[in-house]
Design a protein around this ligand. Sequence first.
Ligand code: ARG
Length: 505
Amino acid sequence: MTEESSDDGSAADGSGTRSTDGSQTDEGVVRRDRFSGGPAREFLSSLEDDERIFGADLAVDRAHVVMLAEQGIVSEDNAGAILDALAEVEDAGHGNLPDGEDVHEAIETAVIERVGPEGGRMHTARSRNDEVAACIRYRLREDVLALLETVIEARKQLLATATEHTETIMPGYTHLQPAQPTTVAHWLCSYEAALARDTERLFDAYERINRSPLGAAAFAGTPFDVNRTRTAELLGFESLVENSMDASAARDFLVETTAAAATLATTLSGLAEDVVVFANRGFVELDDDYASTSSIMPQKKNPDTLELVRGRTGDATAGLEGLLTTLKGLPRAYNRDLQRAGSHAYEAIDAVAESVEVAVGAVTTAEWPADVLAEAASEGFATATGVADLLAQAGVPFRTAHEVVAHAAEQSEDPGFAELDAASEAVLGESLTAYVDREAVEEALDPAESVAMRDSRGGPAPETVTDHLERATATVDTDREAAEAKREALTEAGEQLHAEVETYV
Ligand code: ARG
């Protein structure tokens, strides 16, 4: 078998690749050194960035070696020696790896340093192409699961805080203009609901991350009798990315994960912006832990944490754009551009993971001054829609009712019964009391009553929100169980791999 380069074909065995000092021992090595020893060596290298997949690569190596031994492709003794060496490499840590173009090459070198040329059999029937794809999926699965756990916990906290505020009236806005009164709980639940969809998107992405490309080799399969489902099982992957060309090339799982992270960041940016505006109006008092002061203006308490949550959306969005740009137009099967893909996804995930905790921490530890909020809720004639609704319920066409109330709003900044009655005379030619009694109008003008009236499903009326809270809490529990099941599956796979490795070492 002639190799074009180390990855364009799989060596029949790894023997004689490179001696411990990296000197040339056969043609394969001559080529590897020849092509990556020049001034572009650092440019080619991903070794530093690969720290993130160091643990993943060790797991992938172990699963592969166990499978090779089971299939009789390498001897059990050889497998044992390689697996021993991998344990040493793990203990030494990523920072002590020998030089290499990437973590895969460096770990292989470190194994050969310990085992001798026989260590090179580790790379039988695979390529760095399927290897790196497996490593990214293995590691990303962990990252996404951790993010899922964070988001689910955050939702739980939002719902818990909402439970305390089903009757805390606050102004609601459209176009940042006072619109209709609502409650703090209703506002909190609106973000929890968005985070629930972000959770769904992350779960979805997880399903497609969790498939094994290993065994695809460079892209074109291998003549060795590999057992791909076995390595998938040992690594806890649910299924295979079957087509070997697709397996080494595909990075769409990164796109959907990064898109889910960017969408989550966008959700949080809205929440952050709301809190910044609320803080500006005195509607919320952030805990000191989530505020910052000015180096010159001693009186200042700024909502900086939320501004940074808002700002980090840029990191996540940049990750998505960077990733799509990197992937666009890449031909089959493997191209080195792909080495730049993973970091975009990590950038997005890291940016957003911290944002979730900070944003939700800020909101759930804050004080919501009920009196200030209630006062603000009655400003700007925010109960106008409720009066129009009342007239419409009494049989006046809604558009006409709207006209009556709009007329009153034109005449006065804060219309009461008298102004509304005059408007009714002007528009309908009759007193308001021909349709509704004065008491009902006065109730509709009261922000708390206005909220209580809006008890349509999903609306802000306290009992409606209480109902919603029950369903939302049940969904959080289901999601938490689903995440726990995934966590357990990973732990079990890890234990199984460990147990298999133990039988060789
Ligand atoms: N470090 C590379 C990556 O991250 C994997 C190496 C594949 N190299 C190659 N020449 N085919 O994608």
